[in-house]
Design a protein around this ligand. Structure first.
Ligand SMILES: Cc1cc2nc3c(=O)[nH]c(=O)nc-3n(C[C@H](O)[C@H](O)[C@H](O)COP(=O)(O)OP(=O)(O)OC[C@H]3O[C@@H](n4cnc5c(N)ncnc54)[C@H](O)[C@@H]3O)c2cc1C
Length: 329
């Protein structure tokens, strides 16, 4: 018996995270192709009510323990190990976010097998699993066929639309009991709240994103005017945030926020892999850059080789006058 496909249901402060549904959608595809069940595994404290929202899975295994109240990867990996040994799934799909980062690798270490992290996609090819995994911060992609079972796969955000992981049905829920390690060498200190009053860029439909090509912090206001005219928000690349031109909550990318707006306008951004990782799933990407060879043009649907300081004010003007014409029509 080949075993089921499992998805680690990631929850944070009493809510299932969006990536859980993305990974459930992927897991369902795989389980169907492999002819097995999809099981969600939910770990945490007082989390059982969340299991009802995991109807995409055929069933849910729920482990509730006070030591799982905060996401300490070592404790989670240790708790999962005996459950896996007892039930032998063939694949475990684990969200790769700041909350779950490390669980896949530590679990693989506990089980004495390998793991494939940074998976952009997983398919069943001729009955075997095949992943597309990102290497060197996105500069290379590897096709990996994990030989060991279970295949432990760390899945990047954006692998499937979250809506595809939703289902109205309430799945059967099974409580699991194992010895949970109460302490670990990693200690949870505190959660740092995002700056109060700032916008959540992951929820914006329009983003005007600025990079080092903007030249000066004074020019951020020019980009913010365009964002306002378009009804969106301004955000930026890491150097812009590091230099204090914008707050940390506005950073897009690998070490910032992953965004999927309807429009992402990249102004003076080169398109480094670490930046692209955070915005490539935007519906429409428009890039402005003086360098026609800039990598950002490889991910943009529209590219303009121009100076941002010429173009941004002109665009703002054009948007405003278009709005004025509409309001008088
Ligand atoms: C572990 C790690 C994590 C990282 N995480 C992130 C992350 O989360 N987010 C992130 O953004 N980066 C991240 N980085 C940094 C990343 O590698 C790049 O250094 C960064 O994205 C570059 O920012 P940039 O495009 O603004 O600057 P640059 O690479 O300096 O590009 C500036 C661009 O502006 C163009 N330009 C210059 N003048 C003008 C002008 N007048 N008009 C138009 N265009 C102009 C240039 O041609 C150039 O393409 C990370 C790096 C590491 C190692």
């Amino acid at each position: 018996m080949a075993g089921n496909v499992w998805v680690l249901a990631e929850q944070w402060r009493g809510q299932l995270s969006e990536i859980t549904y993305e990974v459930l959608a992927l897991g369902k595809e795989l389980a169907t192709a492999l002819g097995c069940d999809l099981q969600a595994v939910l770990l945490g404290h007082n989390v059982k009510p969340l299991a009802a929202s995991l109807g995409k899975a055929d069933s849910v295994l729920c482990l509730d323990h006070s030591a799982l109240a905060t996401p300490v990867a070592e404790i989670f990996a240790h708790a999962l190990t005996p459950i896996i040994r007892a039930r032998s799934p063939q694949a475990i799909l684990m969200p790769l976010t700041n909350v779950s980062l490390g669980v896949a690798s530590l679990l693989a270490e506990e089980l004495g097998i390998g793991c494939v992290n940074f998976c952009r996609d997983v398919r069943a090819v001729d009955g075997s699993l095949q992943t597309r995994s990102v290497l060197y911060g996105g500069k290379m992609e590897a096709i990996v066929k994990p030989a060991q079972r279970p295949a432990i796969l760390g899945i990047l955000p954006g692998v499937r639309p979250p809506d595809e992981g939703l289902a109205e049905t309430v799945p059967p829920i099974e409580d699991v009991t194992v010895d949970v390690q109460e302490s670990s060498s990693i200690r949870w200190k505190r959660y740092i709240e995002p700056e109060i009053g700032d916008v959540d860029i992951s929820k914006q439909e329009v983003l005007v994103s600025v990079g080092r090509g903007l030249q000066s912090p004074d020019n951020v206001a020019v980009a913010a005017e365009l964002a306002e005219a378009l009804g969106g928000a301004v955000c930026g690349s890491r150097p812009v945030i590091d230099q204090g031109w914008l707050p940390l909550s506005r950073q897009v990318g690998k070490s910032g926020v992953v965004v999927k707006p309807k429009l992402y306008l990249a102004a003076g951004i080169s398109g480094a892999p670490e930046h692209v990782e955070g915005m490539k799933n935007s519906e429409l990407i428009i890039a402005i850059n003086t360098d026609e060879q800039a990598p950002i043009f490889h991910v943009a649907q529209y590219g303009i080789a121009a100076d941002v300081m010429d173009l941004l004010p002109a665009l703002t003007e054009a948007v405003r006058s278009r709005k004025e014409v509409k309001s008088h029509a």
